[in-house]
Design a binder for this molecule. Structure first.
Ligand SMILES: Cc1cc2nc3c(=O)[nH]c(=O)nc-3n(C[C@H](O)[C@H](O)[C@H](O)COP(=O)(O)OP(=O)(O)OC[C@H]3O[C@@H](n4cnc5c(N)ncnc54)[C@H](O)[C@@H]3O)c2cc1C
Length: 418
């Protein structure tokens, strides 16, 4: 009976890197992956360019019940160590506004380099093999028995290992293979799982005006409010769709919307143009504009500030006719108009589903794992890494950074245990 030092369930970003980290230190490793290739989701990242980390690191970028778990792990294996790891694979960073990509700007080159190193280190990789569960055993050196099925022949397999790493990902983009299988097994083992929710996902709304705005892009600042309380904000390009809004700022605030909506709390987005000015400057700008263009209709006044059909649709979102002339407004009506133009309220009814999500909020509760090694505090030799844990990052390369950090700490610890 072969007993591997490590079996990795899931050959995604974290599973591949953990395999390299453990095998480089001499561990025997088997990776079980249900897709026909390892790193399938990795090849989709960053629109195929792979935004694999960010030069700005800190607590602000990581979410979960305990973001400090990620911060502590990053202190042990952070950006510097990640760049060294990749440079040993021949992957060098290209930086754009802090976002780090491989110099090729091709996610396939990162996946290819990881796969090449795994094979060079003699790591066994079983693709088209679906893990069906694992149990804790006590047979010689073996502490875990992993059950799997060959998806082509349907033949059942049993593998034994000293250490087991759960790297099966979350539930985002399920077509890539991550369907949340790991939560069930970890729960059965006795681990606590924080209910997963889609994150980095578009927001959906039944606001009727959206049908007329579909396709419009706008530079704006957005604030997400739950029960009237501000939860998050961001700025940048917003896209209007028939059934909601998307764009990076929307993805950035989406996890807060998902959590509030799950609790039945009402959520809205407040959207404002001219975000490079302070709110006071924005008010002043519109006030000056209405004074200087007092003979013009509102539609003309706002043509240079609001993109697309927005000026012509003013009545529908501010209550004021776009054909009314600026001079017809008294002081208080003018103030009200300015407030409404600077604060478009979009009610949020739900988030997009996992198919549209880039990551998963929630997962295995980190309080039951060591932030130094990613080993379970309940079951020796049981580890978890990547998105399956209750850590999610904001846009900008932080989810992959979390995958690398957690995987390298786990791989090194497992190899050190031999
Ligand atoms: C479209 C898209 C773009 C993204 N872009 C970025 C980006 O640019 N930067 C960034 O930082 N993050 C990005 N992310 C997020 C990032 O890809 C993930 O957070 C990261 O891949 C998580 O790594 P992981 O190893 O934990 O899980 P995954 O990469 O999801 O890997 C899990 C693996 O486990 C396998 N698996 C699951 N269950 C089983 C089973 N039962 N048996 C066998 N195998 C199994 C799956 O097939 C999968 O290959 C993006 C995500 C998406 C969807």
């Amino acid at each position: 009976m072969q007993v591997y030092d490590l079996i990795v369930i899931g050959g995604g970003a974290s599973g591949m890197v953990a395999g390299i980290a453990a095998a480089s230190a001499g561990a025997s490793v088997l990776i079980i992956e249900k897709n026909d290739q390892v790193g399938r989701k990795l090849k989709m990242t960053g629109n195929g360019k792979c935004n694999f980390s960010n030069s700005r690191q800190g607590r602000f970028a990581y979410c979960g019940a305990d973001p400090d778990f990620a911060v502590r792990a990053l202190e042990k294996f952070g950006l510097k160590e990640t760049l060294n790891f990749f440079s040993r694979l021949g992957i060098f960073p290209y930086e754009k506004a802090g976002y780090l990509y491989p110099a090729t700007q091709e996610a396939a080159s990162v996946q290819g380099a990881l796969l090449h190193r795994l094979l060079a280190l003699g790591v066994s990789i079983q693709t088209r093999t679906s893990c069906r569960g694992f149990i804790s055993v006590c047979r010689g050196r073996a502490r875990y028995k992993v059950m799997a099925v060959d998806l082509d022949s349907q033949v059942r397999q049993a593998h034994f290992c000293h250490s087991l790493l759960l790297a099966s990902g979350g539930m985002a983009a399920p077509a890539s293979g991550s369907t949340g299988d790991g939560y069930y097994w970890a729960k059965k083992l006795g681990h606590r799982v924080i209910s997963p929710l889609p994150a980095l996902v578009p927001l959906k709304s039944d606001w009727p005006l959206l049908r007329k705005l579909a396709g419009l892009r706008m530079q704006a600042e957005i604030h997400l409010l739950a029960n009237g309380r501000e939860m998050a904000w961001d700025r940048g390009e917003i896209q209007f769709n028939r059934d909601g809004i998307s764009g990076i700022p929307v993805l950035q605030v989406s996890r807060h919307a998902a959590c509030a909506l799950k609790e039945g709390i009402s959520v809205e987005i407040r959207l404002s143009p001219l975000f490079w000015l302070t709110m006071e400057q924005r008010r002043q700008k519109l006030s000056d504009l209405l004074r200087e263009m007092s003979e013009e209709t509102l539609k003309e006044c706002f043509r240079g500030i609001l993109p697309g059909p927005l000026p012509g649709l003013l009545k529908e979102w501010t209550g004021y006719s776009p054909e009314k002339r600026a001079k017809e407004f008294d002081v208080s009506a003018k103030e009200d108009l300015i407030h409404r133009v600077l604060c478009m309220v979009i009610p949020v009814s739900r988030t997009g589903d996992y198919k549209q999500a880039q990551t998963t909020a929630g997962g295995l509760a980190t309080e039951q794992f060591s932030s130094d090694t990613m080993e379970s505090l309940l079951f020796p030799g049981f580890y978890a890494a990547g998105e399956v844990l209750d850590i999610d990052g904001i846009c900008g390369g932080y989810n992959l950074q979390w995958a690398w950090t957690s995987a390298c700490l786990a791989g090194a610890s497992i190899a050190g245990e031999r």
